[in-house]
Write a protein that binds this ligand. Structure first.
Ligand code: ATP
Length: 234
């Protein structure tokens, strides 16, 4: 069954329409990269799908269930997780405490703190470290772990590599590939077009709120993605 279908989504900030008629479809175990210049509407789209921003129109189906009318907390409970830009950990709490905050109270799934540490061994030794003291890459791993603790079927990640060293970005993507290989659907906002081509199953480019290109990595180039980011439709 298709994991996530967002159909004809639109969303606005006051008078400004930030997302116009965007549709996305993710199968289990698929990584879709959403790219586009600053202000293209990527963050607004993710927040709208998560239920954190008012939906102008459109429909969202998660694992066959229409969640369009569900508030954010019920979407999360149904298995839709959002890792926001900047990761938003609690800096004065430990890694374990941050992970526990993501724990689902209603869904039964494989993810426990122990399972997270097994999947991401570099986090285990940081168990009692304060999140605010970690490197950007380590914080990103905690944020992904926290999302997994809710036993999601789909995770949306905003600006995965922002502020991370190249080595930390590699680690974050190693973690994401593991998660994808477990059958989760991943919707990833990424500025780095080379990274998108290297990792994606699908790539969707947005410009000024609209989709300008929908492609697969083997069928495109960085130049084509860049052109579509600036509104040039191939
Ligand atoms: P970035 O890479 O800069 O985060 P983005 O593709 O995620 O860009 P959005 O942040 O979704 O784009 O912004 C889409 C449009 O909505 C932009 O024109 C932006 O200026 C506007 N916008 C975003 N947030 C707000 C807000 N809180 N109030 C008013 N306008 C906003």
């Amino acid at each position: 069954m298709t994991t996530l279908i967002a159909q004809n989504m639109s969303a606005a900030h006051g008078q400004l329409t930030a997302v116009r008629d965007v549709s996305l479809l993710l199968e289990p175990g698929e990584m879709l990269f959403l790219v586009g210049a600053n202000g293209a509407g990527k963050t607004t789209l993710l927040r709208t799908i998560a239920g954190d921003h008012a939906q102008g129109s459109g429909a969202i189906t998660l694992s066959g269930v229409d969640i369009s009318d569900h508030p954010a907390h019920l979407r999360a409970r149904s298995g839709l997780a959002l890792v926001p830009e900047g990761r938003r950990l609690f800096p004065n709490m430990t890694v374990r405490e941050n992970l526990m905050l993501g724990a689902s109270t209603s869904r039964e799934g494989p993810w426990t703190v122990a399972a997270i540490y097994e999947a991401f061994p570099n986090l285990a030794r940081l168990d009692r470290a304060l999140a605010g003291r970690l490197s950007g890459g380590e914080q990103q791993a905690v944020a992904i772990g926290r999302a997994l603790m809710g036993d999601p079927v789909a995770i949306m990640l905003d600006e995965v590599s922002l502020g991370l060293s190249p080595a930390a970005v590699d680690l974050a993507y190693d973690a994401l590939r593991k998660v994808r290989d477990m059958g989760l659907a991943l919707l990833v906002v990424e500025q780095d077009l080379n990274r998108a081509i290297a990792q994606a199953d699908q790539i969707v480019v947005m410009c000024e709120g609209r989709v300008t290109l929908r492609t697969r990595p083997q069928d495109t180039t960085v130049a084509a993605l860049a052109a579509a980011s600036f509104g040039q439709v191939a």
